[in-house]
Design a protein around this ligand. Structure first.
Ligand SMILES: [Zn+2]
Length: 331
């Protein structure tokens, strides 16, 4: 009946209470399924700490695995549930919400978007329709108001049919943050760290303070090459250096598994950005053309990582162009 697998305890068993709750919730979810055709991919809710759960998308490009390629997290408190990121389709969001409902019947209070990229926002309408306040970092409009956002949605209605369809809509945030902001629910406080233009035009991360768990969005990539796009990699590096001092116990990235060794995960992204910037900066300083500099650089520390071929050359080129700009600004 339910294509999603629950993983709620080490034994994977669902308690009688959770089973009753699931049956109670099945009716509204079945109604929603008419709008949101169910996906056939496996989705497992994993517990990371006392209050934090997440689901992990598969590795791959945006249209792989029925669009389930990014992560979403739930922070469950005695005063409500906060969701972080909305997955890549309303159908995936519906499935995720059903799993969260197996562990909590608390009201859905807030949905925090780490950044506005398609793979993290297409499920937003599901949470909005449930009454959650949607919070996003300033800079979201850089994507949402661009022609790329509407063009991407039109394209995904074909490439991710039937899960992305005419009823899938782009959702604006209810509240936009421009600085670090604390949300408190019962005895759990969440620090929304405003990161500015980092991986996208506006990013934030969520630190669940009592658990020391960071839900990082796409600024930390575990075991693969980051996608840097038009990111401000200088600012990104500074943010990661700050995070290394937070004493984190676990870190949930936007893609890939939760890291039980957060310092190592942050360190891997940090080393990648720092090395690529250093190499490209040397090329810019010597006015070496990009192709020549790229070919002459030793990338062997990273070349074994997934997504290297598809992503790294473009990253390096974007960083090269940004460093050229920085050098013209006399920095
Ligand atoms: Zn992403």
């Amino acid at each position: 009946m339910n294509p999603f697998e629950a993983c709620l305890s080490p034994s994977g068993r669902i308690s009688p209470r959770q089973r009753r709750l699931l049956l109670l919730l099945w009716f509204p979810l079945a109604a929603a399924a008419a709008d949101y055709p169910p996906v056939g991919v496996e989705m497992t809710l994993r517990r990371v700490s006392e209050h934090v759960y997440y689901v992990q998308g598969a590795s791959g490009i945006a249209t792989d695995n029925q669009g389930f390629i990014s992560n979403a997290a739930a922070v469950v408190t005695s005063q409500g549930v906060v969701i972080v990121d909305a997955l890549g389709s309303p159908s995936l969001a519906t499935g995720f919400l059903a799993l969260v409902r197996q562990v909590s019947d608390q009201p859905l209070r807030t949905l925090v978007v780490t950044h506005y990229h398609a793979d993290h926002i297409y499920g937003l309408q599901v949470f909005q329709d449930q009454g959650a306040e949607i919070i996003a970092p300033a800079g979201f409009e850089g994507y949402l108001d661009s022609p790329a956002a509407t063009e991407r949605l039109a394209e995904r209605r074909t490439s991710l049919a039937p899960w992305i369809n005419d009823r899938t809509r782009l959702v604006r945030p209810d509240r936009v943050i421009t600085e670090d902001t604390v949300l408190t629910l019962g005895d759990v406080s969440l620090r929304l760290g405003y990161l500015g233009a980092t991986h996208s035009d506006g990013d934030l991360s969520v630190l669940v303070e009592p658990d020391r768990v960071l839900i990082a969005g796409d600024i930390v990539f575990e075991g693969r090459i980051p996608f840097t796009g038009s990111a401000d990699t200088r600012h990104w590096l500074a943010v990661l250096e700050g995070l290394q001092r937070e004493g984190l116990r676990a870190l949930i990235p936007g893609h890939g598994p939760a890291a039980s060794d957060p310092e190592a995960a942050i360190g891997a992204t940090l080393r990648y950005l720092r090395y690529t910037r250093q190499q490209m900066a040397a090329a810019v300083a010597e006015m070496t053309p990009f192709d020549e500099a790229y070919a002459a650089t030793d990338w062997s520390e990273f070349s074994h990582l997934p997504a290297f071929e598809a992503t790294h050359r473009r990253n390096a080129y974007g960083i090269y162009l940004a460093l050229e700009q920085e050098s013209f600004q006399g920095e």
